[in-house]
Design a protein around this ligand. Structure first.
Ligand code: ADP
Ligand code: MG
Length: 278
C-alpha cells in the first residue's frame, strides 16, 4: 500500500466578499488522499472548486474547517509552510504569469535559490530539470522566445529543480495549441513513470483518461472518485461529461453488438481489441 502525500479531511472553504454580503462557498466538505506515485486527474465544471482545492494542497489557501496535511505536516502550521511548498509544487494555467526571469535557466534556478541550495547543486539541479523536460538546449534563451508549451515545460522544470515529490498542475494546457498540449502531456506522463506524484486539473477528458484515478468535483464536493474505466462506464448520474472519443466509439460499437471490454478507454486500447478480434 502506498503512503499518502496529501491528506484532505472534511475541508470547507469560502471566499470572503470584500464589499460585504454573503461569503462565496468553494469547498463544502472534501475528503481526499493523494497517494505517493499516483497520477490523479481532477475534472469538473467551472466554479466547482478545483483551483481552490489545489491551492489548499500547498498552503496558498488555508481551510476554514477541516484539515490538510502534506507528508504529515499541517498546512496551518506556519513553520512548515516552506517544507510544504517544496513538497508540493504548483504549475498554473497561464504560461506568461509564471516565468519571472529574462533567461530560462535563471527561472528554473529561482526555486532552489530561494530554498538556500548551494550554487554547485543548483547548477546540477537546473541542468537535470531542463533535460527532464527536453529544454536543455533552450537554457540561455529569453522566455519570450518560447512557445506556450515550452513555457509550461520550463514552469515544470522549476518545480523539478526544487525536487518536489508531488506536482499539481492547474489546467496547464488550457492556453496551449494542440501540439503544446501534447508536449506537456508527454512530460507529465514521463514524470509519472519516473515516480513523481501528479495531480492534473484539466478540462480535457482525453487528458484525464491518461491518469490512474479521476476525481470529479461538483459544487465544492467530490462527485466521483475512481479509475477512468469506472468513470466512463458508470457516469450516468454525473453532469454531462464530455467523454473521450474512444469511449464514445466503444459505446457505439457495443450497441452494434461488438463486445468491447469496459477498460478500453483510449484509441490504442480500441485498436488493440479490434485487431485481436476477427
Ligand atoms: P474551478 O477551478 O473548479 O473553476 P474555483 O475553485 O476557481 O473553481 O472556484 C470555486 C468557487 O469560488 C466559484 O464559485 C468561484 O466563483 C469562487 N472563487 C474562486 N476564486 C475566488 C476569489 N479569488 N474570490 C472570490 N470568489 C472566488
Ligand atoms: Mg480553476
Amino acid at each position: 500500500m502506498s503512503e499518502a502525500i496529501i491528506e484532505i479531511e472534511q475541508v470547507v472553504f469560502s471566499y470572503v466578499r470584500e464589499e460585504g454580503g454573503e461569503n462565496i462557498p468553494a469547498l463544502d466538505g472534501v475528503d481526499l488522499e493523494i497517494l505517493e506515485g499516483s497520477f490523479v486527474a481532477v475534472i469538473g465544471p467551472n466554479g466547482s472548486g478545483k483551483s481552490t482545492l489545489a491551492k489548499c494542497f500547498n498552503a496558498l489557501l488555508l481551510p476554514e474547517k477541516g484539515r490538510v496535511r502534506v507528508r504529515g505536516m499541517d498546512t496551518g502550521d506556519d513553520e512548515r509552510v516552506w517544507d510544504i511548498r517544496k513538497t508540493v509544487g504548483m504549475v498554473f494555467q497561464n504560461p506568461d504569469n509564471q516565468l519571472v526571469s529574462s533567461i530560462v535557466e535563471d527561472d528554473v534556478a529561482f526555486g532552489p535559490e530561494n530554498l538556500g541550495v548551494e550554487p554547485a547543486e543548483i547548477r546540477e539541479r537546473v541542468d537535470a530539470a531542463l533535460r527532464s523536460v527536453d529544454m536543455y538546449e533552450h537554457r540561455k534563451k529569453g522566455p519570450h522566445l518560447l512557445s506556450g508549451g515550452q513555457k509550461q515545460r520550463i514552469a515544470i522544470a522549476g518545480v523539478l529543480a526544487m525536487e518536489s515529490e508531488c506536482i499539481v498542475l492547474d489546467e496547464p494546457t488550457a492556453m496551449l495549441d494542440p501540439s503544446g498540449r501534447r508536449e506537456v502531456m508527454e512530460i507529465i506522463r514521463r514524470l509519472h513513470a519516473r515516480g513523481k506524484t501528479i495531480v492534473l486539473i484539466t478540462h480535457f477528458m482525453e487528458e484525464a483518461a491518461q491518469a490512474d484515478r479521476i476525481v470529479v468535483m461538483e459544487k465544492g464536493r467530490i462527485a466521483f472518485d475512481g479509475t477512468p474505466g469506472e468513470l466512463f462506464t458508470h457516469s450516468g448520474d454525473l453532469q454531462d461529461l464530455d467523454m473521450p472519443f474512444a469511449v464514445q466509439l466503444a459505446a457505439r460499437l457495443r450497441k452494434r453488438g461488438i463486445d468491447v471490454p469496459k477498460d478500453a478507454i483510449s484509441e490504442m486500447d480500441l485498436v488493440e481489441f479490434l485487431c485481436a478480434s476477427k
